[in-house]
Design a protein around this ligand. Structure first.
Ligand SMILES: [Ca+2]
Ligand SMILES: [Ca+2]
Length: 164
């Protein structure tokens, strides 16, 4: 029992996650168990994360994008995702709440974390996303968004209209 206790989810993190996500204590405990199984040291490295992503997108090159997603959730900048960061990631990316998705999109685009999104940053992320779209599908995109540059221009115009 002594061993089990030290590997259990701490009450502090549990309370924090219950407060900040839609998940119940039961769900969180279940996730923690499977998280511990996959990552016994309690941390997901960037390489692990890229592997997980590669499994989801077997016919593409998700490395650059995985890198950006990882960065946007590694909130304490220590180069790994701990359980808390992982659950917040899950919560934000799967949330139906637009405000959370926007917050996440923003942290994804703000590559240098200076609180502003520049056009160069938008282009960088779009280029990473394009690497994940199979060529065949890229050909089917409409004329005004079939290259990273065009897509970024379009998104940039949209951002500028919506918000300053
Ligand atoms: Ca971290
Ligand atoms: Ca920035």
């Amino acid at each position: 029992m002594g061993n089990r206790k030290s590997s259990a989810l701490s009450k502090e993190i549990l309370d924090d996650l219950k407060l900040n996500t839609k998940y119940t204590e039961e769900e969180l405990s279940k996730w923690y168990e499977s998280f511990k199984k996959q990552c016994p040291d309690g941390k997901i490295s960037k390489t692990d994360f890229e592997k997980i992503y590669a499994n989801f997108f077997p016919n593409s090159d998700p490395k650059a994008y995985a890198n950006h997603v990882f960065r946007s959730f590694d909130t304490n900048d220590d180069g790994t995702l701990d359980f808390r960061e992982y659950i917040i990631a899950l919560h934000m990316t799967s949330s139906g709440k637009t405000v959370l998705k926007l917050e996440w999109a923003f942290s994804l685009f703000d590559v240098d974390k200076n609180g502003e999104v520049s056009k160069a940053e938008v282009l960088e992320i779009i280029t990473a996303i394009f690497k994940m779209i199979p060529l065949e599908e890229q050909k089917q995109l409409s004329d005004d968004e079939n290259t990273p540059q065009k897509r970024a221009d379009k998104l940039w115009k949209y951002f500028n209209k919506k918000e300053n």
